[in-house]
Design a protein around this ligand. Structure first.
Ligand SMILES: Nc1ncnc2c1ncn2[C@@H]1O[C@H](COP(=O)(O)OP(=O)(O)OP(=O)(O)O)[C@@H](O)[C@H]1O
Length: 745
């Protein structure tokens, strides 16, 4: 019976692959035809041809991407027609229609597919049964059926959908890259993935409950279901570190989506890539909301009216610059409400105008026969006079955000003037040399400064305006091209115009967005959101002013001193004063898919013993390996490698111990060891608890757990993160007592 069914499924899946191959061939032929088009020598024609070629190339890539597990599920619906035939609906990575345009495979994101993820015996949603198809390459190797029969409800002890397929996915060895979970999304996850686009959705869940997976699938779902709204504005996904982004970067392309910008919190200010962390106390101070006020005061204080009149030498003439003239020019420039650098242009214009009139009066009273018509010439003389330049720059210097922040940190006197109510210790925390690298906590401060300063380079600003005009023209050209090439309905003008864009041939929405600080995204997804400081939230609000956000995290995993300890306070900078403050939705995930039960229980009881607000979750499986305690890290690595179990291994150690342990491990295991993001592609990844956030490994060695707890005020959160990275085995390396609450199962 099962063999027969397997064969039947194999045949059906065979027809799906045949259709997929036919579509691929069709796209290849279209590509060949476009390449052969004779467009003559004109540039516009060539650019259009290349653009169409690219569209077909992308289509071919997309069809190739979905080859693996093309179809993974089948729903059997209650018969709805008179002859009582079964109604079968196949679910897969993309939607396919046969030659007669009848649907033969449903994209997992369409509304009709949601019953596949949500139906249960208690609420069958019109379905009689669900079948998971497990395949290898193009062959179906196993099928797994669930019958939605309410009479069997008593014995239905599990709420998991497709348990066999799920457990097969969960126990598979890790590769260092996250993979999609599209075939085994669980009902509570599916509801979150398909939740409405608008407003702020917060997803709270303990470690390993699939928050990251859900956030990524939600991004793919939203891009698919709201393509019109999101195609041109894009989706921003923010994660804690570069290693985390490297870990998740393959998931969305495997779901056929590329229209997203992935950024770590250190990459949110275009042009600066910060990877360094400040000490917890410094990061906490830089993250405080009042830093915005400091930046605003700092910018304002760079406009200075001189205390005394100054005598300027202009082409041998001596001119007196009165402080009042500067003050008047400043007042008028500020009236426009423009940012600092842009208002400065008005200031210079006004100051030069007033000064040229004074000079004219002075020249006339000295007997020169000049009149109003000479004013432009006098203004130009003033503009190029060294003394005038110095005087006006001293009053109002053009500034970059970088320069402003460097000055603020390197000039204690100035900082003291700006912060009369701070303590000397607080000020000392910001002190550092002008050439020190920017840190992750500096990113929102740079962004805040950029808001006040505006464009530094006004030529750039003009160029941006011109680019916007150019885009308008591109869209018009694209519309004409679509007419000419007779491909109406196959592409839209905006897509085509994207490809004409100035930023290089392949500048997609995502690429343009990533380079533009003032870009506003249609939706923003924030992972490990519990870590963000008020200043980081402020920056994110600028990137997503519509407040369409998916925020996932675990408030118990807070490890950074800059973060809040409840969602309500954490979200205040994002929601305060908006209607969303009343409306934000909270969803919880309750099943732990990653960590075996004994490791989860030990980490949870440690967290509770340290007063962390853990969200209890239920682990879906146990591990055959007990937690081991050893006294030496190198010995632990050796022990793990001797098991010859394969898979990935992480050694998590307090930040301060990384160098020393790195040297010892390198001596023993050579190039098998990698630090940080690099470690994800090596046999042994050496990470700080911060770098380990969001990642997972078959085996984890936590070195000096007590040291991790003691390292900061939020140390217990950091240890909670470290212990819950393991999918199979956990070792603790300690030569003294273990932190309170740890149980060894
Ligand atoms: N429905 C599912 N089917 C298969 N695998 C799943 C499912 N849900 C989650 N997983 C797997 O469980 C693991 C943990 O998921 P994920 O990293 O998204 O959890 P998380 O809640 O973000 O964890 P943390 O807060 O600890 O970083 C991943 O390997 C993920 O692929």
């Amino acid at each position: 019976m099962v063999d027969h069914e397997l064969q039947r499924e194999q045949e059906y899946v065979g027809t799906l692959y045949a259709r997929l191959d036919a579509l691929k061939r069709e796209a290849e032929l279209q590509l060949d035809a476009v390449r052969l088009l004779d467009v003559g020598g004109n540039h516009q024609g060539r650019s259009e041809r290349d653009t169409f070629a690219r569209i077909y190339e992308d289509r071919i890539v997309q069809l190739r991407e979905v080859d693996e597990r093309l179809a993974f599920g089948r729903l059997e619906l209650e018969p709805n027609d008179e002859d009582g035939d079964d109604v079968l609906r196949y679910i897969g990575r993309i939607g396919l229609r046969d030659k007669d345009l009848q649907p033969i495979l449903l994209d997992w994101r369409v509304p009709q597919a949601s019953a596949f993820y949500q139906a249960t015996a208690a609420t069958p949603l019109g379905a009689r049964a669900r079948r998971h198809l497990l395949s290898k390459g193009r062959s179906v190797i196993r099928i797994e059926d669930e019958i939605f029969d309410a009479t069997l409800l008593e014995s239905d002890t599990t709420e998991l959908q497709g348990e066999g397929a799920l457990l097969a996915a969960l126990t598979a060895q890790r590769t260092g890259r996250m993979s999609d979970i599209v075939a085994t999304i669980q009902a509570e996850q599916d509801r979150i993935i398909r939740s409405d686009l608008g407003g702020v959705l917060v997803v709270q869940g303990g470690p390993g409950t699939g928050k990251t997976a859900v956030a990524l699938h939600r991004a793919a779902y939203l891009l698919y279901s709201h393509r019109d709204r999101l195609k041109n504005s894009g989706v921003l996904i923010v994660g804690p570190s570069r290693s985390f982004l490297q870990y998740i970067e393959a998931v969305l392309p495997s779901l056929g989506e590329t229209g997203v910008v992935l950024a770590s919190v250190g990459q949110l200010y275009p042009g600066v890539e910060a990877t360094r962390e400040d000490s917890p106390a410094v990061a906490a101070l830089k993250g405080k909301a009042f830093m915005a006020g400091l930046i605003a005061r700092a910018v304002k204080s760079r406009q200075r009216v001189p205390a005394e009149p100054q005598v300027l030498d202009v082409n041998g003439d001596r001119l007196t610059l009165d402080p009042q003239l500067i003050q008047n020019a400043m007042n008028r420039a500020r009236e426009g409400g423009k940012p600092y650098n842009e208002a400065r242009v008005t200031f210079v214009k006004n100051a030069l105008g007033a000064l040229s009139r004074e000079w004219l009066a002075q020249l006339k009273s000295n007997g020169n026969s000049m009149d109003e018509s000479d004013l432009p010439m006098l203004r130009e003389d003033l503009r190029s006079a060294e003394d005038v330049r110095v005087a006006l720059n001293t009053a109002w210097l053009p500034l970059t955000p970088q320069k402003l922040l460097q000055d603020l940190y390197a000039r204690p006197q100035w900082l003291a003037e700006l912060t009369p109510r701070w303590t000397a210790e607080q000020r000392a925390l910001l002190r550092r040399s002008r050439d020190a690298e920017f840190t992750i906590a500096d990113i929102p401060l740079l962004d805040e400064a950029a808001e006040h300063l505006g464009e530094y380079n006004l030529v750039d600003a003009a160029q941006k305006r011109e680019q916007k005009q150019q885009r308008k023209r591109d869209i018009e050209n694209a519309e004409a091209a679509i007419q000419n090439m007779d491909v109406k309905g196959q592409v839209n003008a905006k897509d085509l115009a994207d490809n004409f864009a100035e930023l290089g041939d392949r500048a997609t929405t995502a690429e343009r967005a990533a380079l533009d600080r003032t870009w506003t995204y249609g939706h923003v997804v924030v992972d490990e959101a519990q870590e963000l400081s008020p200043m980081q939230w402020k920056l994110l609000l600028r990137r997503g002013p519509l407040r369409s956000f998916t925020i996932v995290g675990d408030i118990a995993q807070v490890a950074s001193a800059a973060a809040s300890s409840s969602w309500l306070t954490a979200l205040d900078p994002l929601l305060a004063g908006s209607a969303e403050a009343e409306r934000w939705r909270l969803e919880e995930l309750t099943v732990n898919y990653r960590t075996p039960s004994q490791i989860a229980a030990s980490a949870e009881s440690m967290a509770v013993a340290h007063g962390l607000p853990v969200t209890p979750s239920r682990a879906v499986r146990a591990s055959e390996w007990p937690i081991e305690v050893l006294t030496d890290a190198v010995e632990a690595v050796r022990r793990e490698r001797d098991l010859d179990a394969g898979g990935t291994l992480a050694v998590i150690v307090p930040e301060t111990g990384i160098d020393e342990l790195g040297a010892r491990l390198a001596e023993e295991f050579g190039s098998a060891v990698g630090l940080g993001a690099q470690g994800l592609t090596r046999d042994i990844a050496l990470l700080s608890p911060q770098e380990a956030k969001g990642l997972e490994f078959d085996s984890v060695i936590v070195v000096d757990p007590a040291g991790i707890v003691a390292a900061s005020e939020r140390g217990a959160g950091a240890l909670y993160v470290a212990m819950t990275r393991a999918t199979q085995r956990l070792y603790l390396v300690a030569d003294g007592d273990l932190p309170a609450g740890i149980t060894l199962g």
